[in-house]
Design a protein. Sequence first.
Length: 349
Amino acid sequence: MQYIFIAAMLVLAVLPALAGQETAVQENKTAVFGGGCFWCMEPPFEQLEGVVGVTAGYSGGDEKNPTYDQVSSGRTSHIESVQVVYDPGKISYGELLDTFWRQIDPTDDGGQFADRGRHYRTAIFYNNEEEKEIAEKSKEKLNDEKVFPKPVVTAIVPAKKFYPAEEYHQDYYRKNIVHYSAYKVGSGRAGFLKDTWGDKPAPRQYARPDDSVLRARLTDMQYDVTRRDGTEPAFNNTYWDNKKAGIYVDIVSGEPLFSSLDKFKSGTGWPSFSRPLVDKNVVEKKDSKFFMVRTEVRSSYGDSHLGHLFDDGPKPTGLRYCINSASLEFIPVNELGKRGYKEFLPLFE
């Protein structure tokens, strides 16, 4: 009987932990995008792994329960939109934006292709400040890289209530294959997308995943350093003595930060670099903790704490970026291509 009692107590002790695990399961999230004709915006998102469902509808306006006739005739302030329900543990908001940009002409503020009028304009409806920041950086990246011949004018605005469209509009590309295909070609959308993108890969977007995803993916040390501004032990971290050729990226967002070509032996016990690999991916902030003033460095897109900047480095910069290994992932030269960083291969030739 004593053993039965002990076993029962163990079960009772374990059950609350299991229940806690169940409540920690990542909940689905929603994102809403306006891309002109919603018939053409459903298929690309529905094909993505991690997307649970896509609904055609209307958003951005103030009128309640709008109809297709009202929206398409410009009698409301809504625009045609799609609502994307997705699992943030499988696909990020930044990856959804990658797909969004590749379906539209974001330089046209008068409509989309053959569809003219404000109700066919493009828009990103953000739910919070994090999504707003990711969207703005994504838009800025397209403009910086001049992916389109004209500036991107797609609006980035706070989300309003989304209203599903009439049932016959849902999955229109499945129900009316011939008409949908003819419309996509005849409207000019298909030709524009082919001419713009061809076989070019989507411009890579970097973003910080949800905190629940990071807690599951990162080690305790990686989470403490990147999210809580922690510091790992000197001489007892992954990359302090790494001499291999390659680049170092943010463990959180994947954005490229430093190169082995700029790494040097500082004697501090932490990875040290004389300059960033991509300047705009490393930002500086004043750090007044511990009764001293230092310059903290963080990643731009992931907002990860990386380390600190000092002015006792080697020539020609005279700088020392003292970085925590826990905030980095090393990508060796022979993996740059398959990992999506082939633009840095010429540095090592």
